[in-house]
Design a protein around this ligand. Sequence first.
Ligand SMILES: NC(=O)c1ccc[n+]([C@@H]2O[C@H](COP(=O)([O-])OP(=O)(O)OC[C@H]3O[C@@H](n4cnc5c(N)ncnc54)[C@H](O)[C@@H]3O)[C@@H](O)[C@H]2O)c1
Length: 336
Amino acid sequence: MDNKNKKILITGGAGFIGYFLTKHLLEEYGDNCELVLVDNFQRGKTDEDFKKLIGDKRIKFLELDLTDINSYGKLGNGYDYVYHLAAINGTKNFYAMPHETLRISTLSLIYILEWFRKENSQGKICFTSSNEAYAGALSAFGKLPIPTPENVPLVVEDTYNPRWSYAGSKLVGELFMINYAKMYNFRGVIVRPHNFYGPRAGYDHVIPEFSQRIAQKVDPFPIYGADDTRTFCYITDAVRAMRMLMDSQNTDSQPIETVHIGDFKEVTMKELAEKMFEVTGWKPNALDIKNSPEGSVKRRLADVSKLQKLTGWKPEISLEQGLKTTYDWYLANPKK
Ligand SMILES: NC(=O)c1ccc[n+]([C@@H]2O[C@H](COP(=O)([O-])OP(=O)(O)OC[C@H]3O[C@@H](n4cnc5c(N)ncnc54)[C@H](O)[C@@H]3O)[C@@H](O)[C@H]2O)c1
C-alpha cells in the first residue's frame, strides 16, 4: 500500500456496511486518509456507535439527502475513492415503499454519477449492487450455475410484485455504472454483496432473528427452510474485499468490473442454528422445522473466484467467531 493521503467519500456512511467500511479504512490507511461520510438517517436515527465513530478527527460527516440535487454542491471534490452505498435496504421496505426504493436508489445514483463525471472523474467509484439482481434468473430459466458467476442474466421476475423494486433498481444501477464509466472513461467497480452479517445490521435477517430467539430462549425453536443453504460473510471480511478491489490496479481498466463478494462455505439453516446454539451456550429441547419462506431459493452460492483473482482476498473470520461477536452485540442491543 502506498502512503499517499487518500480522500474518500462514503454515501450511506451511517448504514451497516458504511460504518464497518469506515472503521476498516481508518485502520488500513491510518493517518493517510480523510473520509467524508454522507447520510440522511433514512434508515433510522443515529446511534452511540456512529456518534463515537464520527468523533474521529479524520472524518467529516455531512447530513445530506442525496436525492436532492443541491446536496452535491456541498460534497467538494478531489476524492480518490467514492463508495456509493446509499439506498433503501431491507425486504420489508421493498414491500412497504417500492416507489421510494426505486426513486432513492436510481435518483441518487444518477446524481452521483453526474457529479462524479463532472467534478471527480480522476477518482474511482464503487457501486453496491446486490445478488437480488440475478435472483430472478433462477425461476426464469429453471436453473443457475452453482457457484454462480457474475455474468448470468439479470432478471426482474414480476414487475407487479413490489419486492422486485429493489432488484430492478440494482439492475438499472449496474447499467448506469457500466455505461457512464465507458462513455466518460472513468474507473469503477460494481460489487454484489452476498449475505454480509455482523453487529448493527438491522433486525430483519436470519442471524439477528436467531439471536433474538436465542436470547428469549424460544423453545421449540422455529427454523424456516432448514435444508436451504447459504453462505455468510462476516462484515469485516466483506469491507476488506471492497477496499482491496478499490485499491487494486487490476480493476482500473475498461469495461469496469462486476464482482461477487461472499464466503464460499455453505451452511444449511439448521446448521446455522446449531452453530449459534454452540457459540451462545443455549440449546432448545426441540426444533420447530417450517417451510422455506415463499420465493426463497434452496441454494445460493456465489462464485467468488473473480474477487480472489483480482485481489487475493480470503475470508479471515470463522463463522463461529463472527456469530459470537454478532450475537453478543444483539444481546446488548435488543430490538426496541
Ligand atoms: N448488507 C448486505 O448484505 C447487502 C446485500 C446486498 C446489497 N447491499 C447494498 O449495499 C448498500 C449498503 O447496504 P447496508 O446494508 O449498509 O444498508 P443500510 O440500510 O444499513 O445503509 C444504507 C444507508 O443509506 C442511507 N440513505 C438512504 N437514503 C439516503 C439518501 N437519500 N441520502 C443519504 N443517505 C441515504 C440510509 O440512511 C442508510 O444509512 C446498499 O446499496 C445495499 O442495497 C447490501
